[in-house]
Design a protein around this ligand. Structure first.
Ligand SMILES: [Mg+2]
Length: 258
């Protein structure tokens, strides 16, 4: 097993690791500052595909965490990266928001409602019956079905919100087709993140708060995995899984001691 001292590049989940409901978790600000000051390659990962990296950087800054926008890797960026690697200069019909549409524009994709290469479903609060209907018909006509992330619900102050997985399920039911899902727990998201910062799996760690996404995908991508207990997982939860992270820490503040 690898030692943490062999790690030169870092991937970290955002919610439950660095922030919780817009409040930075202990040690998060110092860890980001240390990585930034020492030019350590790192990326902050989120399955949320609503926001652009710039929007997310501004939100994090407002909550007291200075993460440069080029250090943020969303499932929307990973999805755009994947689509462009498969069909350079391709086209897509998108159900999603600026995080997704901007990402596709930046990789040279055209957004169209006419015979697109892909139908891409991302996180949205504004989808319409018309857009869902169009997506279904395009997929039936041969467009490839992609979703940014599998999450069925997302959190809000008032309770859960239906998320990408719920909207794509509606399209799956109507078409009989499942989407290819790029975000966590698909290790594809980590592979594209590592490519972005020139990192290699043997010397990269993944920090997360979920066994069923962050840790399993980290293991599958061949990374050193660190579970923190500031989010979803606790000791009882950890025991339920057939795999284990390389390290379990109470929070990212423990990484500052070494
Ligand atoms: Mg998390």
């Amino acid at each position: 097993m690898r030692d943490r001292s062999e790690i030169t590049s870092w991937l970290t989940d955002m919610d439950g690791v660095l922030v919780h409901e817009n409040t930075p978790l202990p040690g998060a600000a110092d860890l980001i500052r240390r990585w930034t000051e020492t030019d350590t390659p790192f990326l902050v990962l989120t399955n949320n595909s609503i926001f652009t990296p710039r929007d997310l950087a501004a939100r994090l800054r407002a909550s007291g965490l200075n993460v440069p926008e080029d250090r943020i890797w969303t499932s929307a960026l990973a999805t755009a990266d994947f689509c462009a690697s498969q069909i350079p200069g391709g086209s897509a019909f998108v159900i999603g928001e600026s995080g997704m549409t901007n990402a596709l524009h930046e990789v040279g994709f055209i957004l169209t409602e006419t015979a697109p290469d892909y139908v891409v479903v991302g996180e949205t609060r504004n989808y319409s019956f018309e857009a869902i209907t169009r997506a279904i018909r395009l997929i039936n006509a041969g467009s490839r079905f992609i979703a940014t992330n599998p999450d069925a619900t997302g959190p809000s102050a008032d309770g859960v919100l239906p998320a990408t997985g719920a909207v794509s399920a509606l399209i799956s039911k109507a078409t009989g087709k499942e989407p290819y899902v790029v975000g966590k727990p698909n290790p594809m998201m980590f592979r594209s993140a590592m490519n972005r910062i020139g990192a290699h799996s043997e010397s990269t760690a993944m920090i997360g708060d979920r066994m069923d996404t962050d840790i399993v995908a980290g293991i599958e991508a061949g990374l050193h995995t660190i579970l923190v207990l500031t989010g979803i997982a606790d000791q009882t939860e950890i025991e339920r899984y057939p795999f284990r992270p390389d390290e379990i820490l109470t929070g990212v503040h423990e990484l500052l001691d070494s």
